[in-house]
Design a protein around this ligand. Structure first.
Ligand code: NZQ
Ligand code: ZN
Length: 390
């Protein structure tokens, strides 16, 4: 195993009525000024806003609202939130939403306490900001990203067309009530869950292949995610399935799978740049990219892809070579994506701009090429992969 240091920075309150049961007590640990952040209005419609605001008011908090955080949050939106957090002297930022709201707030918490431009610090100078961010809490209303239990944030800088991962403090606490996700449209439930599956795969297909308990845990999370995606396809409001998907989401990206090994994350690098150009839904972008990417690399890791085929997809492999078993695993993944109604081609999802070869070239050329997986891609190969997704 690789050496590691592991710590859980986030206290999780999971289950029905988690906010009602715990939030008032949690709030006693923070000062009186709260910046309450949310997205485009779903929480206003489904009653989550009323419930959280009621608890904040009953606790005597002074609440300032930061609203309209979009999917794929922008650097500009971070600036707006940071200015508000400064102005209201926020003692706590409470992010109520999915990965986009939580990510935006992670950087708001750090940007509000420094005069330095954190994009410049992290993304241009590749330095680590030395700030003590405002404490952040998360109330999750859309699961999949695992953003509630890690310190990473994915922000889109529209001026330079980069969607990139930044680091800031993880939430101090996270409220995970599966009931809060019940009003999510089916397409988002499925694309969020596919993001979870992707996170587990990205870790599983990182180096090295040494015997590692993380791989066994990743297989369990992948199988559980697949089972429960099938369950919600059958009954969208299946509470048990929603609960499992919510915890799978946190488990897949809270670092537990990453200990003692590297995480590939190349499919994510490609999706992020595709997202920078198209503003596509994150899980849908990944669904299109993963099979094409794995068809491209599986021959460089036949034993691992064959293990994936057998242990995650139940491929028997009888009478097949290991290479054929490995390929069958990739095709089982592609078949599952189809079964879920996720997009399989770039043209099938909403895009801000027409997807042309020139757009794909620009996205490919601006993509990070990591060396954590089995093969470091060139920008030409990324372009090929994206072209195969057309
Ligand atoms: O904005 P509102 O009106 O709230 O609508 C949202 C949004 O349209 C809606 N929604 C959320 N909760 C709802 C609801 N609709 C009805 N009922 C509810 N209870 O869902 C839509 C999608 O929300 P969003 O937060 O954008 O989705 P997701 O959670 O998939 O987050 C995606 C962002 O997270 C980043 C992605 O790149 C993307 O920017 N990621 C963050 C990661 C992290 N920090 O660890 C890891 C991931 O790999 C990912 O990159
Ligand atoms: Zn993801």
């Amino acid at each position: 195993m690789e050496n590691f240091v592991y710590e859980y920075p986030t206290k999780v309150y999971f289950g029905k009525e988690a906010a009602k049961n715990h939030l008032a007590d949690i709030l006693k640990g923070f000062g009186s000024n709260v910046l309450l952040a949310y997205g485009g209005g779903s929480v206003r419609k489904n009653g989550v806003y009323d419930e959280i605001m009621g608890i904040l008011k009953a606790a005597g908090k002074t609440v300032t609202e930061f609203t309209g955080i979009m999917s794929n949050p922008t650097w500009e939106k971070v600036q707006e939130g940071a200015a508000l957090a400064k102005e209201c002297k926020a003692d706590l930022v409470l992010a109520v939403g999915g990965g986009s709201v939580i990510d935006c707030c992670k950087i708001v918490c750090a940007q509000a306490v420094t005069e330095e431009d954190l994009w410049e610090v992290e993304m241009v100078r590749h330095s680590v900001p030395s700030v003590a961010p405002i404490p952040l809490g998360a109330v999750v209303t859309a699961s999949g990203t695992g953003a509630e239990m890690n310190g990473g944030a994915v922000i889109t800088n529209e001026a330079v067309k980069i969607k990139g991962g930044m680091f800031a403090a993880a939430p101090r606490f996270a409220i995970l009530d599966p009931m809060y996700t019940m009003t999510l449209p089916a397409s988002q439930v499925i694309s969020g869950a596919f993001d979870t599956l992707s996170h587990a795969m990205e870790t599983y297909f990182g180096r090295s292949d040494e015997n590692n308990v993380s791989d066994e845990v990743a297989e369990a999370i992948m199988r559980n995610t697949v089972t429960n995606m099938r369950a919600v396809l059958n009954d969208l409001h299946d509470y048990t399935a929603r609960s499992n998907l919510m915890w799978d989401s946190a488990m897949a990206e809270n670092g537990i799978l990453k200990v003692g090994r590297l995480t590939d994350f190349e499919a994510h690098q490609i999706e992020h740049q595709l997202g920078a150009y198209t503003d596509c839904n994150h899980g849908q972008g990944l669904a299109v990219i993963h099979p094409a990417y794995y068809r491209h690399i599986y021959r460089h890791a036949i034993p691992k892809f064959a293990r994936f085929a057998r242990n995650v997809w139940g491929v028997s492999g009888e009478g097949q070579t290991e290479e054929q078993v490995a390929a069958a695993g990739v095709e089982a993944l592609a078949g599952f994506i189809k079964e879920c109604g996720l997009p399989t081609k770039l043209g099938e999802f909403r895009s801000r701009e027409e997807i042309t070869p020139a757009l794909l070239k620009a996205a490919a050329d601006s993509c990070n090429t990591l060396l954590n997986g089995y093969k470091q891609l060139t920008h030409e190969e990324i372009y090929e992969i994206l072209t195969e997704c057309l």
